[in-house]
Ligand binder design. Structure first.
Ligand code: ADP
Length: 484
Protein backbone atom coordinates (compact mmCIF):
# COMPACT_ATOMS: atom_id res chain seq x y z
CA UNK A 1 0.00 0.00 0.00
CA UNK A 2 1.41 3.41 -0.96
CA UNK A 3 0.80 5.96 1.78
CA UNK A 4 2.13 9.52 1.86
CA UNK A 5 2.88 8.91 5.54
CA UNK A 6 3.93 5.26 5.78
CA UNK A 7 4.29 5.46 9.58
CA UNK A 8 0.50 5.44 9.86
CA UNK A 9 0.42 1.72 9.07
CA UNK A 10 1.42 0.58 12.55
CA UNK A 11 2.02 -3.15 13.01
CA UNK A 12 2.50 -2.97 16.76
CA UNK A 13 0.20 -2.18 19.67
CA UNK A 14 0.27 0.94 21.81
CA UNK A 15 0.64 0.32 25.54
CA UNK A 16 1.77 2.98 28.02
CA UNK A 17 2.91 5.22 25.18
CA UNK A 18 5.17 2.54 23.61
CA UNK A 19 4.64 0.69 20.36
CA UNK A 20 5.33 -2.94 21.13
CA UNK A 21 4.88 -6.58 20.14
CA UNK A 22 2.99 -9.23 22.09
CA UNK A 23 4.89 -10.56 25.11
CA UNK A 24 5.48 -13.86 23.30
CA UNK A 25 6.00 -12.25 19.88
CA UNK A 26 2.89 -13.91 18.39
CA UNK A 27 1.25 -12.14 15.46
CA UNK A 28 -1.83 -12.44 13.31
CA UNK A 29 -2.29 -11.59 9.65
CA UNK A 30 -4.83 -9.05 8.42
CA UNK A 31 -6.19 -9.70 4.94
CA UNK A 32 -7.90 -7.58 2.34
CA UNK A 33 -11.47 -8.92 2.05
CA UNK A 34 -11.63 -8.09 -1.67
CA UNK A 35 -8.55 -10.08 -2.68
CA UNK A 36 -7.59 -12.08 0.42
CA UNK A 37 -4.09 -10.59 0.02
CA UNK A 38 -2.26 -9.88 3.28
CA UNK A 39 -2.28 -6.24 4.38
CA UNK A 40 0.10 -6.75 7.29
CA UNK A 41 0.48 -8.27 10.74
CA UNK A 42 -0.55 -7.19 14.21
CA UNK A 43 0.46 -8.56 17.61
CA UNK A 44 -1.62 -11.33 19.13
CA UNK A 45 -1.66 -9.89 22.63
CA UNK A 46 -1.63 -12.20 25.62
CA UNK A 47 -3.61 -11.88 28.83
CA UNK A 48 -0.52 -10.34 30.41
CA UNK A 49 -0.27 -7.74 27.63
CA UNK A 50 -3.93 -6.90 28.15
CA UNK A 51 -3.50 -6.56 31.90
CA UNK A 52 -0.46 -4.38 31.22
CA UNK A 53 -2.57 -2.07 29.06
CA UNK A 54 -5.22 -1.86 31.79
CA UNK A 55 -2.58 -1.05 34.39
CA UNK A 56 -1.06 1.60 32.13
CA UNK A 57 -4.49 3.18 31.66
CA UNK A 58 -5.10 3.10 35.38
CA UNK A 59 -1.73 4.69 36.09
CA UNK A 60 -2.45 7.46 33.59
CA UNK A 61 -5.94 8.10 34.98
CA UNK A 62 -4.84 10.21 37.96
CA UNK A 63 -3.05 12.68 35.69
CA UNK A 64 -5.64 12.76 32.93
CA UNK A 65 -8.71 13.26 35.10
CA UNK A 66 -7.09 16.24 36.83
CA UNK A 67 -6.20 18.04 33.62
CA UNK A 68 -8.57 20.91 33.02
CA UNK A 69 -11.50 20.31 30.71
CA UNK A 70 -9.98 22.94 28.46
CA UNK A 71 -6.70 21.02 28.25
CA UNK A 72 -8.52 17.80 27.36
CA UNK A 73 -10.55 19.68 24.76
CA UNK A 74 -7.40 21.12 23.23
CA UNK A 75 -5.89 17.68 22.91
CA UNK A 76 -9.05 16.40 21.21
CA UNK A 77 -8.99 19.39 18.88
CA UNK A 78 -5.39 18.62 17.83
CA UNK A 79 -6.33 14.98 17.27
CA UNK A 80 -9.30 16.07 15.16
CA UNK A 81 -7.05 18.29 13.03
CA UNK A 82 -4.57 15.47 12.46
CA UNK A 83 -7.30 12.98 11.53
CA UNK A 84 -8.58 15.36 8.86
CA UNK A 85 -5.05 16.15 7.69
CA UNK A 86 -4.46 12.42 7.15
CA UNK A 87 -7.96 11.67 5.89
CA UNK A 88 -6.72 10.16 2.64
CA UNK A 89 -4.22 7.77 4.20
CA UNK A 90 -6.71 6.71 6.88
CA UNK A 91 -9.36 6.08 4.22
CA UNK A 92 -6.96 3.97 2.15
CA UNK A 93 -5.87 1.94 5.17
CA UNK A 94 -9.55 1.35 5.92
CA UNK A 95 -10.38 0.22 2.38
CA UNK A 96 -7.46 -2.23 2.43
CA UNK A 97 -8.70 -4.03 5.54
CA UNK A 98 -12.45 -3.40 5.43
CA UNK A 99 -13.26 -3.32 1.72
CA UNK A 100 -15.74 -0.44 1.54
CA UNK A 101 -15.62 1.96 -1.44
CA UNK A 102 -13.05 4.73 -1.03
CA UNK A 103 -15.70 7.46 -1.09
CA UNK A 104 -17.47 5.80 1.84
CA UNK A 105 -14.18 5.37 3.70
CA UNK A 106 -13.45 9.09 3.29
CA UNK A 107 -16.95 9.81 4.53
CA UNK A 108 -16.36 7.59 7.54
CA UNK A 109 -13.15 9.44 8.42
CA UNK A 110 -15.09 12.71 8.34
CA UNK A 111 -17.81 11.13 10.47
CA UNK A 112 -15.24 9.74 12.94
CA UNK A 113 -13.53 13.12 13.14
CA UNK A 114 -16.86 14.81 13.80
CA UNK A 115 -17.16 12.87 17.08
CA UNK A 116 -13.73 14.04 18.18
CA UNK A 117 -14.77 17.60 17.36
CA UNK A 118 -18.11 17.17 19.13
CA UNK A 119 -16.63 15.74 22.31
CA UNK A 120 -13.90 18.40 22.36
CA UNK A 121 -16.85 20.75 22.85
CA UNK A 122 -18.67 18.48 25.29
CA UNK A 123 -15.55 18.20 27.48
CA UNK A 124 -16.08 21.84 28.46
CA UNK A 125 -19.77 21.41 29.28
CA UNK A 126 -19.52 18.71 31.96
CA UNK A 127 -21.39 20.71 34.55
CA UNK A 128 -22.81 19.82 37.93
CA UNK A 129 -25.85 21.27 39.70
CA UNK A 130 -26.78 23.15 42.85
CA UNK A 131 -29.97 21.84 44.45
CA UNK A 132 -32.41 23.75 46.59
CA UNK A 133 -31.42 22.44 50.01
CA UNK A 134 -34.08 21.43 52.55
CA UNK A 135 -31.65 22.44 55.34
CA UNK A 136 -30.72 25.99 56.28
CA UNK A 137 -27.18 24.99 57.27
CA UNK A 138 -26.33 22.75 54.35
CA UNK A 139 -25.95 23.09 50.58
CA UNK A 140 -26.31 20.30 48.01
CA UNK A 141 -24.38 19.85 44.78
CA UNK A 142 -23.69 17.26 42.13
CA UNK A 143 -20.24 16.71 40.70
CA UNK A 144 -19.72 14.80 37.49
CA UNK A 145 -16.58 12.73 37.45
CA UNK A 146 -14.97 10.23 35.05
CA UNK A 147 -15.75 6.58 35.81
CA UNK A 148 -12.14 5.43 35.42
CA UNK A 149 -10.55 3.08 32.91
CA UNK A 150 -12.86 2.46 29.96
CA UNK A 151 -12.46 -0.69 27.84
CA UNK A 152 -13.71 -0.20 24.28
CA UNK A 153 -14.41 -3.15 21.97
CA UNK A 154 -15.25 -2.15 18.41
CA UNK A 155 -16.43 -3.93 15.24
CA UNK A 156 -15.07 -4.14 11.70
CA UNK A 157 -17.88 -2.39 9.82
CA UNK A 158 -16.93 1.16 10.89
CA UNK A 159 -13.34 0.77 12.06
CA UNK A 160 -12.74 4.50 12.57
CA UNK A 161 -16.12 5.88 13.61
CA UNK A 162 -16.98 3.27 16.24
CA UNK A 163 -13.65 3.82 17.97
CA UNK A 164 -13.76 7.63 17.70
CA UNK A 165 -17.34 7.80 19.00
CA UNK A 166 -16.35 5.91 22.15
CA UNK A 167 -12.77 7.10 22.66
CA UNK A 168 -13.48 10.80 22.17
CA UNK A 169 -16.34 10.65 24.69
CA UNK A 170 -14.25 8.72 27.20
CA UNK A 171 -11.24 11.01 26.88
CA UNK A 172 -13.38 14.14 27.04
CA UNK A 173 -14.95 12.85 30.27
CA UNK A 174 -11.50 12.31 31.78
CA UNK A 175 -11.41 8.51 31.46
CA UNK A 176 -8.42 6.62 30.15
CA UNK A 177 -8.88 3.94 27.54
CA UNK A 178 -7.93 0.42 26.51
CA UNK A 179 -9.34 -0.20 23.05
CA UNK A 180 -9.59 -3.49 21.19
CA UNK A 181 -10.49 -3.11 17.52
CA UNK A 182 -11.94 -6.01 15.54
CA UNK A 183 -9.34 -8.52 14.37
CA UNK A 184 -10.34 -7.94 10.74
CA UNK A 185 -9.71 -4.16 10.89
CA UNK A 186 -7.05 -3.21 13.44
CA UNK A 187 -4.95 -0.90 11.25
CA UNK A 188 -7.42 1.96 11.15
CA UNK A 189 -7.54 1.98 14.96
CA UNK A 190 -3.77 1.79 15.26
CA UNK A 191 -3.41 4.71 12.81
CA UNK A 192 -5.86 6.75 14.89
CA UNK A 193 -3.78 5.92 17.98
CA UNK A 194 -0.61 7.05 16.18
CA UNK A 195 -2.31 10.38 15.44
CA UNK A 196 -3.49 10.70 19.05
CA UNK A 197 0.11 10.29 20.14
CA UNK A 198 1.24 12.92 17.66
CA UNK A 199 -1.44 15.19 19.09
CA UNK A 200 0.39 14.98 22.40
CA UNK A 201 -1.78 12.61 24.39
CA UNK A 202 0.09 11.60 27.56
CA UNK A 203 1.42 8.02 27.72
CA UNK A 204 -1.11 5.44 28.87
CA UNK A 205 -4.20 7.59 28.33
CA UNK A 206 -5.12 5.74 25.12
CA UNK A 207 -3.91 2.15 24.73
CA UNK A 208 -4.80 0.04 21.69
CA UNK A 209 -4.28 -3.71 21.73
CA UNK A 210 -4.93 -6.39 19.13
CA UNK A 211 -5.35 -10.14 19.22
CA UNK A 212 -7.83 -12.89 19.96
CA UNK A 213 -11.16 -11.44 21.07
CA UNK A 214 -11.77 -14.07 23.74
CA UNK A 215 -8.32 -13.67 25.32
CA UNK A 216 -8.45 -9.90 25.47
CA UNK A 217 -12.17 -9.76 26.26
CA UNK A 218 -11.68 -12.21 29.11
CA UNK A 219 -9.34 -9.76 30.84
CA UNK A 220 -11.21 -6.57 29.99
CA UNK A 221 -14.50 -7.89 31.37
CA UNK A 222 -13.04 -9.14 34.66
CA UNK A 223 -10.08 -6.93 35.52
CA UNK A 224 -10.84 -4.99 38.73
CA UNK A 225 -9.19 -1.83 37.36
CA UNK A 226 -11.59 -1.61 34.40
CA UNK A 227 -14.64 0.43 35.44
CA UNK A 228 -16.50 0.63 32.17
CA UNK A 229 -17.02 -1.50 29.07
CA UNK A 230 -18.40 -0.05 25.87
CA UNK A 231 -19.01 -2.58 23.12
CA UNK A 232 -20.36 -2.40 19.60
CA UNK A 233 -21.01 -5.69 17.83
CA UNK A 234 -23.37 -8.61 17.70
CA UNK A 235 -26.17 -9.13 20.23
CA UNK A 236 -24.89 -12.56 21.27
CA UNK A 237 -21.40 -11.31 22.07
CA UNK A 238 -22.87 -8.24 23.80
CA UNK A 239 -24.96 -10.41 26.12
CA UNK A 240 -21.98 -12.60 26.85
CA UNK A 241 -19.81 -9.61 27.74
CA UNK A 242 -22.57 -8.07 29.89
CA UNK A 243 -22.84 -11.30 31.86
CA UNK A 244 -19.09 -11.43 32.37
CA UNK A 245 -19.03 -7.82 33.55
CA UNK A 246 -21.64 -8.61 36.19
CA UNK A 247 -18.98 -10.24 38.37
CA UNK A 248 -17.32 -6.89 39.06
CA UNK A 249 -20.39 -4.79 38.27
CA UNK A 250 -18.78 -2.73 35.54
CA UNK A 251 -20.81 -0.08 33.85
CA UNK A 252 -21.69 -1.37 30.40
CA UNK A 253 -22.81 0.32 27.17
CA UNK A 254 -23.87 -1.90 24.29
CA UNK A 255 -24.59 -1.07 20.66
CA UNK A 256 -25.88 -4.32 19.22
CA UNK A 257 -27.75 -5.68 16.24
CA UNK A 258 -30.80 -4.25 14.55
CA UNK A 259 -33.60 -5.32 12.23
CA UNK A 260 -34.60 -1.94 10.87
CA UNK A 261 -38.04 -1.54 9.30
CA UNK A 262 -38.30 0.88 6.39
CA UNK A 263 -41.96 1.77 5.80
CA UNK A 264 -43.19 3.40 2.59
CA UNK A 265 -46.77 4.67 2.86
CA UNK A 266 -49.14 5.36 -0.04
CA UNK A 267 -48.70 9.10 0.48
CA UNK A 268 -44.88 9.02 0.34
CA UNK A 269 -42.71 10.94 -2.09
CA UNK A 270 -41.66 7.78 -3.94
CA UNK A 271 -38.47 9.16 -5.46
CA UNK A 272 -37.34 10.31 -2.05
CA UNK A 273 -38.26 6.91 -0.59
CA UNK A 274 -36.27 5.10 -3.27
CA UNK A 275 -33.24 7.33 -2.64
CA UNK A 276 -33.60 6.85 1.12
CA UNK A 277 -33.91 3.08 0.82
CA UNK A 278 -30.83 2.91 -1.40
CA UNK A 279 -28.81 4.98 1.06
CA UNK A 280 -30.04 3.14 4.11
CA UNK A 281 -29.86 -0.39 2.74
CA UNK A 282 -26.72 -0.40 0.62
CA UNK A 283 -24.26 1.77 2.50
CA UNK A 284 -21.23 -0.32 3.43
CA UNK A 285 -22.69 -3.16 1.34
CA UNK A 286 -25.59 -3.49 3.76
CA UNK A 287 -23.19 -4.16 6.63
CA UNK A 288 -24.41 -1.60 9.15
CA UNK A 289 -26.58 -2.13 12.20
CA UNK A 290 -28.93 0.67 11.07
CA UNK A 291 -29.38 -0.67 7.51
CA UNK A 292 -32.98 -1.08 6.40
CA UNK A 293 -33.53 -4.80 6.88
CA UNK A 294 -37.26 -5.06 6.04
CA UNK A 295 -38.88 -2.76 3.48
CA UNK A 296 -42.65 -2.53 4.07
CA UNK A 297 -44.49 -0.95 1.13
CA UNK A 298 -48.18 -0.05 1.18
CA UNK A 299 -50.26 -1.84 -1.45
CA UNK A 300 -51.20 1.31 -3.40
CA UNK A 301 -47.58 2.12 -4.25
CA UNK A 302 -45.98 -1.31 -4.00
CA UNK A 303 -45.60 -1.85 -7.74
CA UNK A 304 -44.54 1.72 -8.42
CA UNK A 305 -41.95 1.62 -5.65
CA UNK A 306 -40.60 -1.77 -6.74
CA UNK A 307 -40.50 -0.52 -10.35
CA UNK A 308 -38.20 2.35 -9.38
CA UNK A 309 -36.20 0.68 -6.61
CA UNK A 310 -35.21 -2.61 -8.28
CA UNK A 311 -33.60 -1.05 -11.39
CA UNK A 312 -31.74 1.47 -9.22
CA UNK A 313 -30.36 -1.41 -7.13
CA UNK A 314 -29.46 -3.39 -10.24
CA UNK A 315 -27.33 -0.42 -11.39
CA UNK A 316 -25.16 -0.50 -8.24
CA UNK A 317 -21.61 -1.47 -9.04
CA UNK A 318 -19.86 -4.09 -6.94
CA UNK A 319 -16.09 -4.11 -6.88
CA UNK A 320 -12.83 -3.53 -5.09
CA UNK A 321 -13.04 -0.43 -2.89
CA UNK A 322 -10.24 1.55 -4.51
CA UNK A 323 -11.59 1.08 -8.06
CA UNK A 324 -13.45 4.09 -9.48
CA UNK A 325 -17.24 4.03 -9.62
CA UNK A 326 -17.69 1.26 -7.07
CA UNK A 327 -20.83 1.39 -4.89
CA UNK A 328 -20.49 -1.87 -3.01
CA UNK A 329 -17.37 -3.65 -1.79
CA UNK A 330 -16.90 -7.26 -0.74
CA UNK A 331 -18.57 -8.78 2.30
CA UNK A 332 -16.25 -9.07 5.29
CA UNK A 333 -15.96 -12.87 5.30
CA UNK A 334 -16.84 -16.06 3.49
CA UNK A 335 -19.27 -16.96 6.25
CA UNK A 336 -21.06 -13.63 5.75
CA UNK A 337 -21.61 -14.48 2.08
CA UNK A 338 -22.88 -17.95 3.00
CA UNK A 339 -25.32 -16.49 5.53
CA UNK A 340 -26.71 -14.04 2.97
CA UNK A 341 -26.98 -16.78 0.39
CA UNK A 342 -28.89 -19.05 2.75
CA UNK A 343 -31.25 -16.25 3.76
CA UNK A 344 -32.02 -15.58 0.10
CA UNK A 345 -32.55 -19.32 -0.52
CA UNK A 346 -34.95 -19.49 2.44
CA UNK A 347 -36.93 -16.52 1.09
CA UNK A 348 -37.14 -17.97 -2.41
CA UNK A 349 -38.27 -21.33 -1.04
CA UNK A 350 -41.05 -19.51 0.83
CA UNK A 351 -42.35 -17.69 -2.24
CA UNK A 352 -40.21 -14.56 -2.65
CA UNK A 353 -39.44 -13.38 -6.18
CA UNK A 354 -36.18 -11.94 -7.48
CA UNK A 355 -36.54 -8.33 -8.68
CA UNK A 356 -32.79 -7.62 -8.85
CA UNK A 357 -29.63 -9.67 -8.24
CA UNK A 358 -30.40 -12.71 -6.11
CA UNK A 359 -27.09 -14.56 -6.00
CA UNK A 360 -23.36 -14.37 -5.46
CA UNK A 361 -21.69 -11.90 -7.79
CA UNK A 362 -20.01 -13.19 -10.97
CA UNK A 363 -16.81 -11.54 -9.67
CA UNK A 364 -16.62 -14.42 -7.18
CA UNK A 365 -14.84 -14.16 -3.84
CA UNK A 366 -16.84 -12.33 -1.20
CA UNK A 367 -18.97 -10.31 -3.56
CA UNK A 368 -22.76 -10.59 -3.52
CA UNK A 369 -25.08 -9.00 -6.06
CA UNK A 370 -27.13 -6.03 -4.87
CA UNK A 371 -30.49 -7.75 -4.48
CA UNK A 372 -34.18 -6.90 -4.19
CA UNK A 373 -36.69 -9.64 -3.36
CA UNK A 374 -40.43 -9.09 -3.84
CA UNK A 375 -43.42 -10.75 -2.13
CA UNK A 376 -41.56 -11.34 1.12
CA UNK A 377 -43.25 -12.20 4.42
CA UNK A 378 -42.24 -11.56 8.03
CA UNK A 379 -41.71 -15.29 8.61
CA UNK A 380 -38.73 -15.42 6.26
CA UNK A 381 -35.28 -15.68 7.85
CA UNK A 382 -34.12 -12.44 6.27
CA UNK A 383 -36.99 -10.58 7.96
CA UNK A 384 -36.39 -12.13 11.36
CA UNK A 385 -32.66 -11.65 11.67
CA UNK A 386 -30.16 -9.11 10.54
CA UNK A 387 -28.99 -9.80 6.98
CA UNK A 388 -25.87 -7.61 7.10
CA UNK A 389 -25.62 -7.74 3.33
CA UNK A 390 -26.94 -6.09 0.16
CA UNK A 391 -30.39 -7.72 0.14
CA UNK A 392 -33.64 -5.75 0.40
CA UNK A 393 -36.83 -7.76 1.01
CA UNK A 394 -40.09 -6.00 0.04
CA UNK A 395 -43.19 -6.78 2.13
CA UNK A 396 -46.60 -5.56 1.00
CA UNK A 397 -49.03 -4.16 3.59
CA UNK A 398 -52.56 -2.71 3.51
CA UNK A 399 -53.07 -0.67 6.69
CA UNK A 400 -50.85 1.58 8.77
CA UNK A 401 -51.57 -0.45 11.89
CA UNK A 402 -50.43 -3.64 10.15
CA UNK A 403 -47.14 -2.09 9.12
CA UNK A 404 -46.48 -0.79 12.63
CA UNK A 405 -47.34 -4.13 14.22
CA UNK A 406 -45.00 -5.97 11.85
CA UNK A 407 -42.30 -3.33 12.31
CA UNK A 408 -42.42 -3.67 16.10
CA UNK A 409 -42.56 -7.45 15.98
CA UNK A 410 -38.85 -7.85 16.56
CA UNK A 411 -36.58 -8.42 19.51
CA UNK A 412 -34.45 -5.61 18.13
CA UNK A 413 -35.07 -1.87 18.43
CA UNK A 414 -32.24 0.12 16.89
CA UNK A 415 -33.23 2.17 13.82
CA UNK A 416 -36.51 2.55 11.91
CA UNK A 417 -37.52 4.61 8.89
CA UNK A 418 -40.83 5.76 7.43
CA UNK A 419 -41.81 7.81 4.39
CA UNK A 420 -45.06 9.74 4.44
CA UNK A 421 -46.24 13.26 3.60
CA UNK A 422 -48.99 13.19 6.21
CA UNK A 423 -47.81 15.11 9.27
CA UNK A 424 -50.20 13.42 11.70
CA UNK A 425 -49.19 9.99 10.45
CA UNK A 426 -45.49 10.91 10.64
CA UNK A 427 -45.89 11.85 14.28
CA UNK A 428 -48.03 8.79 15.11
CA UNK A 429 -45.54 6.47 13.47
CA UNK A 430 -42.55 8.11 15.16
CA UNK A 431 -44.18 7.70 18.57
CA UNK A 432 -45.30 4.12 18.00
CA UNK A 433 -42.11 2.61 16.63
CA UNK A 434 -40.19 0.84 19.40
CA UNK A 435 -36.81 1.94 18.14
CA UNK A 436 -34.04 4.07 19.58
CA UNK A 437 -33.72 6.06 16.34
CA UNK A 438 -36.47 6.95 13.89
CA UNK A 439 -35.94 8.64 10.52
CA UNK A 440 -39.01 10.16 8.89
CA UNK A 441 -38.47 10.94 5.22
CA UNK A 442 -34.75 10.31 5.51
CA UNK A 443 -32.63 7.20 5.15
CA UNK A 444 -29.63 8.65 6.96
CA UNK A 445 -29.77 10.17 10.42
CA UNK A 446 -26.49 9.36 12.15
CA UNK A 447 -24.52 12.43 13.16
CA UNK A 448 -22.43 13.48 16.14
CA UNK A 449 -25.18 15.86 17.31
CA UNK A 450 -27.87 13.16 17.66
CA UNK A 451 -27.83 10.33 20.18
CA UNK A 452 -27.25 6.86 18.77
CA UNK A 453 -28.49 3.68 20.43
CA UNK A 454 -31.13 1.05 20.68
CA UNK A 455 -34.07 -0.21 22.68
CA UNK A 456 -34.94 -3.85 23.46
CA UNK A 457 -32.11 -6.24 22.56
CA UNK A 458 -30.33 -3.65 20.43
CA UNK A 459 -28.41 -2.30 23.36
CA UNK A 460 -27.93 -0.24 26.46
CA UNK A 461 -26.97 3.41 26.59
CA UNK A 462 -26.48 6.09 23.96
CA UNK A 463 -23.47 7.39 22.06
CA UNK A 464 -22.82 10.84 20.66
CA UNK A 465 -25.29 13.68 21.05
CA UNK A 466 -26.18 15.20 24.39
CA UNK A 467 -26.10 11.91 26.33
CA UNK A 468 -23.03 10.17 24.94
CA UNK A 469 -20.67 11.59 27.50
CA UNK A 470 -22.92 10.46 30.39
CA UNK A 471 -21.85 6.87 29.70
CA UNK A 472 -18.37 7.77 30.97
CA UNK A 473 -19.37 9.91 33.96
CA UNK A 474 -20.42 9.23 37.52
CA UNK A 475 -22.75 11.65 39.27
CA UNK A 476 -21.50 12.35 42.76
CA UNK A 477 -23.76 14.01 45.30
CA UNK A 478 -22.04 16.45 47.62
CA UNK A 479 -23.54 17.87 50.83
CA UNK A 480 -21.69 20.79 52.39
CA UNK A 481 -22.71 21.38 56.01
CA UNK A 482 -21.84 23.71 58.89
CA UNK A 483 -23.00 26.82 57.04
CA UNK A 484 -25.36 28.20 59.73
P1 ADP B 1 -19.44 -9.16 14.17
O1 ADP B 1 -20.43 -10.27 13.98
O2 ADP B 1 -19.88 -7.84 13.68
O3 ADP B 1 -18.03 -9.50 13.83
P2 ADP B 1 -18.79 -9.50 16.93
O4 ADP B 1 -19.72 -9.23 18.04
O5 ADP B 1 -18.33 -10.90 16.69
O6 ADP B 1 -19.50 -8.86 15.69
O7 ADP B 1 -17.49 -8.59 17.05
C1 ADP B 1 -17.49 -7.27 17.47
C2 ADP B 1 -16.27 -7.04 18.32
O8 ADP B 1 -16.33 -7.89 19.46
C3 ADP B 1 -14.95 -7.38 17.63
O9 ADP B 1 -13.94 -6.49 18.10
C4 ADP B 1 -14.70 -8.78 18.10
O10 ADP B 1 -13.33 -9.11 18.04
C5 ADP B 1 -15.17 -8.67 19.53
N1 ADP B 1 -15.51 -9.93 20.17
C6 ADP B 1 -16.05 -11.04 19.64
N2 ADP B 1 -16.16 -12.02 20.56
C7 ADP B 1 -15.66 -11.53 21.73
C8 ADP B 1 -15.46 -12.04 23.04
N3 ADP B 1 -15.80 -13.28 23.37
N4 ADP B 1 -14.88 -11.23 23.96
C9 ADP B 1 -14.54 -9.97 23.65
N5 ADP B 1 -14.69 -9.43 22.44
C10 ADP B 1 -15.25 -10.18 21.48
Amino acid sequence: MKLADAALLRQKVLIAGHWQDAADGARMTVRNPASDAPVGHVPRCTEEDTAGAVEAAHKAFAGWRTQTAKARAQFLRRWFDLVLLHREELARIMVSEQGKPLAEARGEIDYAASFIDWFAGEARRINGEVMASPWADRRLFTLRQPVGVAALITPWNFPAAMLARKAAAALAAGCTVVAKPASQTPFTALALAELAQRAGLPAGVLNVITGEAATIGGVLTTHPLVSKLSFTGSTDVGKYLLARCAGSLKRVSLELGGNAPFIVFDDADLDAAVAGALASKFRNGGQTCVCANRVFVQAGVYDAFAGKFAPAVARLNAGEGLAPGVDIGPMISDSAVSRIESQVADALARGATVLAGGARHPRGGRFFQPTVLGDCTPAMALCRSETFGPVAPLIRFEREADALAMANDSEYGLAAYAYTRDLARAWRVAETLEYGMVGINTGLMSTAEASFGGMKQSGLGREGGLYGIDEYLETKSLALGGLA
